[in-house]
Design a protein around this ligand. Structure first.
Ligand code: 3H9
Length: 707
């Protein structure tokens, strides 16, 4: 795309006359966010158009890959600088000359609000329009809540604003969000042609504030009532405010609606949820920038091998197939291979049953899946992911085979969730090629991928792992080698804290409820029942010999497992699941077992408030999070946050455990831990990093910049 670089040259917004059309170009890399200079430039461009008789229409376009990605998120929380975006949008809408927005790439949030303030809109293929403010704990605050319902009706506007989803050009046309979809993807040519056509037709200024999308009052009221009743946004602050704003759009004159919107926007801006969600937004992008990805080029990645066709191996195969890559699956015999293939097919059949995939598409995808019982089939693959039984000698034997057959330079990855990857790498002749890729179950759905970096791996192998994550649309987090890496290491500790609470007097049902109310989708005992209690039991038995004999060990889960109560799959665990029910109900027999265990351990049960439960649960999580940062297992606190949000259901609006701890105050967290330590000093040992930060009055956030 060619853009004029007219005056003023230092501004990210330039304008130049193209015939009778003033072409206004926003060039503010990387995504044309509406920072203060862009806002100033836009307002100045409209002023220039209005005061220049040669201008008959204004065309706004974005340079680079996007129209405008929205307000500049980095400005949130800082002192506001005029002009405010709502004023800029009003200025655009008030223009005496027709203003046209020509959209390519992202027109999101404030970006779409600029377009809505324009009088006509054209989009080209590949455009993504949306009002995703809700995902940042906000609402469209530059007139979006007032203009969108007027333009496309309350129901469609609410759906966009409450889901935050992006729509393509065709859907935007159908909704009435844009007036036209260009024939080509040359947004500049399409925009100019459209502007000229409008001028030729003497198209008038047409203001969205005067549009009639809310004319059907009954339909609008019904949409508002339905949105208010929806449970989806439970616990979130901004969705209800969005509904309030649409109600204001229906019931109040436009300018009053804008004032109401402004007040609600500021309330959202000031909310801790906004801070948590914006932290999550940037953290999610920061984790991609591991040192190795800056310093090394990824190796080519065209073909992938997966060793093991169990639940995990099959899930990984699906994730890789879905990224468009071919997969060769290895199993030890024909039966196991057939089962592995069936496990893969089952995922696609599930999608077909839900109407989300056609039989044809399944066949096309499965054509890329190959299988063999011989490792020799992996001779030419670029990367292998081992997903066999979690046992060091078993995995080492697989790696010996991979070492034998794989071509030089192939990346050899293990999906172990806690084993020592250095020990796996050491048994090969090429430890520089061995890396950990810890997927989470179901591997084709869960977004988290821990990239575990052993001591001798080369940087380009780590870069390749990050490249794979990108291809699989996963969120990669770099982790060092230790028992459990980042996520499972924290999990072990906060689950233990929950077990202590249970033995000391809280019921598993109260703990789960408190944890859910904090914002996790499930409590720890529901998770155990879902995953199967036998898995943790096997691990506990394996580790019994190496457990610190002085550490407190709660046996309640063992008592349940001894009875064969493994959770949902056996009809009972911590909960009862009569007739295959998926939600459990409390079990008096479990409560009796807990009571007996308390007696056996000589514990007089005491009551815990939900708040005390959360304080202990979170303190355990945060303290271990501090330990993994302190030991360099996680690069920064934000890596812990992303791990817990994407792999363990930590509520995103709280920003992850480390961000949350900052909001509570590290001195408060430390004081809690010291208080708890009076009862159990072995379990509650304050992390040296937490102590250091708390004593200096510093935050985890202060460490996020430095890695
Ligand atoms: C809003 O508009 C409020 C208004 O209603 C009211 C105001 C009064 N600001 O994602 P990428 C950075 S709220 C600042 O990797 P992609 C990003 O951090 C806003 N920076 O690229 C990254 O930086 P770095 C509503 C931003 O191609 C770089 O750009 N809008 C912003 O995969 C590249 O980003 C949204 O919520 C921003 N708004 O995806 C849209 N956006 O290179 C948020 C991005 O240093 N943005 N950056 O790591 C997105 O969804 C995606 O970035 C987008 C591009 C789809 C645009």
């Amino acid at each position: 795309m060619e853009f004029d670089t007219a005056s003023p040259p230092s501004s990210p917004v330039t304008h130049a006359l193209r015939g009778k059309v003033l072409l206004v170009t926003i060039d503010n890399p990387p995504v044309n966010a509406l920072g203060v200079d862009v806002r100033r430039g836009l307002a100045a461009a409209i002023d220039a158009a209005d005061s220049n008789d040669a201008v008959e229409a204004v065309l706004i376009v974005g340079a680079g890959r996007n129209f405008i990605a929205g307000a500049d998120i980095r400005e949130f929380g800082k002192p506001p600088q005029p002009p405010a975006l709502p004023d800029v949008c009003n200025r655009i809408e008030a223009s005496a000359k027709p203003v046209i927005a020509a959209i390519h790439g992202a027109a999101l949030g404030g970006g779409l609000e600029v377009a809505l303030a324009a009088h006509y809109r054209i989009a080209v293929a590949g455009a993504k329009l949306g009002l995703p403010e809700v995902t940042l704990g906000l609402l469209p605050g530059a007139g979006g809540t007032q203009r969108a319902p007027r333009l496309i009706g309350a129901e469609a506007a609410l759906s966009l604003m409450l889901s935050g989803r992006h729509v393509g050009a065709q859907e935007a046309l159908k909704l009435g969000l844009v007036d036209r979809v260009g024939h080509s993807d040359d947004v500049l040519a399409e925009g100019i042609a459209y502007a000229q056509e409008l001028l030729a037709a003497r198209a008038p200024v047409r203001r969205t504030r005067d549009a009639h999308g809310l004319a059907d009052r009954a339909a609008s009221e019904a949409a508002i009532a339905a949105a208010r009743a929806a449970k989806k946004s439970h616990g979130l602050f901004s969705p209800q405010k969005i509904v309030d704003c649409v109600e204001a759009a229906l019931n109040q004159p436009f300018d009053e609606g804008l004032r109401f919107e402004r007040k609600q926007f500021v309330a959202c801006l000031d909310s801790p949820q906004r801070a948590g969600l914006v932290h999550a937004f940037f953290a999610e992008r920061e984790v991609q920038k591991a040192p190795e990805t800056r310093n090394a080029e990824p190796r080519p990645l065209r073909t992938v091998g997966v060793v093991g066709g169990g639940t995990m191996g099959a899930g990984i195969a699906v994730a890789v197939l879905d990224a468009g890559l071919p997969v060769t699956m290895i199993e030890r015999d024909d039966d196991a291979l057939a089962r592995g293939r069936a496990n893969v097919e089952k995922v696609y059949d599930g999608l077909i049953a839900k109407g989300r995939l056609s039989a044809d598409a399944k066949a096309q995808t499965l054509a890329r899946l190959d299988g063999s019982t011989s490792y020799d089939a992996l001779a030419n693959v670029d990367l292998v992911i081992e997903a066999v039984f979690e046992d060091l000698p078993v995995k080492q034997a697989v790696f010996a085979e991979l070492d034998r057959v794989c071509k030089p330079g192939a990346v050899l990855a293990t999906n172990t969730s806690y084993l020592d990857i250095d020990a796996i790498a050491a048994t090969t002749s090429r430890p520089q090629d061995v890396v950990g890729l810890h997927f989470f179950s179901p591997a084709n759905i869960m977004k988290l991928l821990e990239v575990v970096v052993p001591a001798r791996v080369s940087a380009d192998v780590v870069a390749t792992a990050f490249d794979l994550a990108k291809k699989l649309r996963k969120v990669p987090v770099r982790a060092g080698v230790c028992d459990g890496f980042i996520g499972n290491r924290l999990l072990a500790v906060y689950r233990t804290a929950a077990d202590h609470l249970m033995e000391d007097g809280a019921s598993p049902y109260q703990i789960d409820k408190a944890v859910r109310e904090f914002g996790f989708p499930m409590g720890p005992y529901q998770v155990i029942d879902l995953a199967g209690g036998d898995i943790g039991w096997a691990t506990r038995k394996r580790r019994a010999a190496t457990r610190d004999p002085n550490a407190r060990y709660v046996q309640i889960a063992d008592r349940l497992c001894e009875r064969g109560w493994f959770g949902q799959k056996t009809g009972r665990g911590f909960y009862l699941y009569p007739q295959g029910a998926r939600t459990g109900s409390p079990d008096p027999e479990v409560e009796a077992i807990i009571a007996a265990e308390r007696e056996r351990a000589g514990i007089a049960p005491r009551a815990f408030s939900d708040d005390e439960i959360i304080r202990r649960y979170l303190a355990a999580m945060v303290n271990e999070g501090a330990n993994v940062v302190h030991e360099g297992i996680a690069l920064r606190p934000l890596d812990v946050d992303v791990t817990l949000i994407y792999g363990y259901g930590f509520p995103r609006h709280r920003g992850g455990p480390m961000h949350y701890a900052d909001t509570v105050g590290l001195a408060n967290v430390l004081a809690d831990i010291r208080e708890f330590a009076k009862e159990d000093p072995l379990f509650w040992r304050p992390s040296p990093l937490l102590v250091d930060l708390a004593e200096r009055g510093a935050t985890f956030a202060s460490l996020n910049q430095s890695a």
